[in-house]
Design a protein around this ligand. Structure first.
Ligand code: ZN
Length: 368
């Protein structure tokens, strides 16, 4: 028994017979978990003389970080933007259902809505960790209403907004408060948007570009002011043109600050984005980094489709659904990796990436 008093008495779980995604590679290693956190086995053996209280036989499965979806508008008959009487119940239902698709945390997403909807919905659902009851909530993704009428897609035009007051006043007027907000998608060609982008980024809120007719220069300026994401690349933006490639041009822009990365969301469901376009984006390094979003399709399906359509490796497909969204949201010190000390949010998959089991904070929350 450990003699060190500071050592935890909580049970230690050892996942065996698996390949774990670590350092961008699938590695034949065991995974050790205690109190919802991934342990460094060397420390455990040598400092604590610790041993496993429980062994989970993964039967040869891949163990990847739990998937993180930064854009879920609802599903299962629920639309988060239609503020029903029971907003929390709706989010909870979706949070529970997505566990079987390997999603362990997500951003509930609202499309363009009138201010009273934001004022009602946003305070209802706080950022919280997941568990048996469902995937964790990382904060809302607010898609609109500061977007282009020309690229509004399914967003209701009558609720679209410009930045009239300048700075944060417009956002606070519309959204009410930003406490539970993780990401805002806006159109950077709107007047006064750069100040807003800068202030949001300074608050730690991810700024994404989308539903926009921005040219490349406007998009580059937005990134220089702190924008770091492109919402559903290729959809609801100007098509790639060789004289002005627009937002899509950010993928290969030489105007991105060296210490910065632009992530882009892809709806890799085989419908919203042609496989050839998907390959162009994936191969366009170095500025762009793929992040998968489930949207209408399920996340595990998008991972499988992305791998098949882009020809990327299993590791890359899995990281597009875990590491990259975590980096994008600035939470990769806790989530999106299986590094020591991070949250034990895990997905067990077979060789063709069908989800076999899902764990949140080291606890089994779903099994096929
Ligand atoms: Zn959209």
């Amino acid at each position: 028994m450990p003699s060190n008093k500071s050592v935890s008495e909580e049970p230690i779980v050892q996942f065996v017979n698996c390949r774990i995604l670590r350092e961008h590679k699938l590695q034949r290693e065991d995974l050790w978990v205690r109190e919802g956190t991934i342990l460094d086995p060397e420390k455990l053996f040598f400092d604590e003389k610790g041993y496993a209280d429980e062994i989970v036989d993964c039967k040869g499965c891949i163990v990847a970080p739990g998937f993180i979806d930064v854009q879920i508008n609802g599903g299962y008959g629920i639309d988060f933007s239609q503020a029903t009487e029971d907003v929390r119940g709706g989010v909870s239902l979706v949070a529970k259902k997505i566990l079987e698709h390997g999603v362990t945390s997500f951003c509930p997403t609202l499309v363009t809505s009138p201010p009273n909807i934001y004022h009602k919905v946003l305070p209802e659902v706080r950022v919280h960790n997941g568990g048996r009851e469902g995937a964790g909530v990382l904060g809302f993704h607010l898609e609109g209403p500061f977007i282009s009428p020309e690229k509004k897609g399914a967003h209701p035009e009558k609720y679209l907004h410009t930045f009239q007051l300048g700075g944060m006043s417009d956002l606070l007027d519309t959204y009410g408060a930003l406490d539970n907000v993780a990401m805002v998608t806006l159109a950077p060609e709107l007047a006064n948007s750069q100040v807003v982008i800068q202030e949001l980024a300074q608050m730690g809120i991810t700024v994404s570009l989308g539903h926009s007719v921005a040219n490349l220069t406007q998009a580059e300026e937005a990134v220089q002011h702190g924008a770091s994401f492109i919402t559903h690349l290729f959809n609801a933006m100007l098509p790639f043109h060789h004289r002005d490639p627009g937002i899509v041009g950010l993928l290969t822009s030489d105007q991105i600050p060296h210490d910065r990365k632009v992530f882009y969301g892809m709806i890799a469901d085989g419908i919203h984005t042609n496989p050839a376009a998907l390959r162009i984006a994936h191969r366009a390094h170095p500025s762009g980094t793929t992040t998968l979003s489930g949207s209408i399709a399920t996340m595990d399906m998008c991972v499988r489709h992305f791998k098949q359509a882009s020809g990327c490796s299993v590791e890359e497909a899995l990281e597009a659904a875990s590491l990259h969204p975590a980096q994008l949201l600035g939470i990769s010190q806790h989530k999106g990796t299986l590094s020591y000390g991070t949250d034990a949010d895990l997905v067990l998959l077979d060789d063709v990436m069908n989800v076999k089991a899902t764990y949140v904070s080291g606890e089994e929350v779903w099994r096929k």
